[in-house]
Design a binder for this molecule. Sequence first.
Ligand SMILES: Cc1ncc(C[n+]2csc(CCOP(=O)(O)OP(=O)(O)O)c2C)c(N)n1
Ligand SMILES: [Mg+2]
Length: 342
Amino acid sequence: MTSSPVARSKTEWFAAYSKMLLARMCEEKIREEYFKDEMKTPVHLGIGGEAIACGVHASVSRARGAHAVKSNTKYFGTYRNHSIFLATSDDTDSFFGEMYGKVTGCGKGKAGSMHMASPEHGLVATSAVVGTTIPLAVGSALGDAVLGRDGLSIVFFGDGAMEEGAFYESVNYAALEKLPVLFVCEDNDLAIHNFRRNRLGWKSTKDMVEGFRCLYDEGDGTDLKEVMEKTDRMIAEMKKQNMPGFLSFNYYRFLEHVGPLEDFKFGYRAKADQAEAKFDPIAKAEAFLKTQGVTDAEIEAEKKKHRARIDESVKRAQDAPFPPPNELYADVWAEDTPVRYM
Ligand SMILES: Cc1ncc(C[n+]2csc(CCOP(=O)(O)OP(=O)(O)O)c2C)c(N)n1
Ligand SMILES: [Mg+2]
């Protein structure tokens, strides 16, 4: 990747960090509240991986404009989607509304944590079914190509999704047709409790992806600066070379696959002797921000601001109504055939 780096102000780095911090603090709030059993949705928390979605989003917004819909920038993701939801929407009310299954949620209380979306902010779809949004992003990019529109479709997926046939078909077709799609692998080395060495047979993701004639880069997904700079370069190169791109970022999953707890008691992995700061994107970003002149007081003030906002959103979600029974078949594709399933 040869493109020159984008110069960023302290304010711009801080804004990207602030999104990560918001995602972290929202998930910490879920952890605190979860066992009250008011949230009925399973939760796949992304603690440790926030810099990937937030960094890619910050970089893409800088390149294409902050208003994703106006700039025709479309995001797709997985069930581990809280960071991308909050980065795109910045909406803690509809975030917690959905966690509590209320009408104020982004899916009117029917989507749950695994299907967060905010099409009005560019987040088209996320899904519990591994790999399924990858072809959706390629279809979205194909639509832009066919209609001659300037667009960019970005899809986040885990390393486990690379075991799905749809993944290869998607990369192949995107590369063949030179579609404007950016594949972003959030690589935590795990599919539930299974390490990638037991699942993926190839030696090098770079060789595999480049074999399809797709641009490729990889990096440390716990380093916000690195994520943003690699994304800057990738989108510039995609445009220059008229090719799809693939970014693979690794990170350390701090918590269990699904749920608010740690899972070291199962013995399939040891606690990474929690040289925690080494894996913690928030701690790393704070250390970097200080080199840019950000003070402890500014960081503390941001935490305080987020905390107040989160508490308020949780309260509003708790007070909001559940969807009424007649909402059950609204907005679902099987709308006209409910009787068959009753
Ligand atoms: C098509 C499909 N197969 C299997 C599952 C069960 N499943 C849920 S999560 C998961 C692991 C996916 O791992 P990865 O893609 O790396 O995402 P991560 O959970 O690590 O973010 C599996 C196999 C599923 N949801 N969908
Ligand atoms: Mg994984």
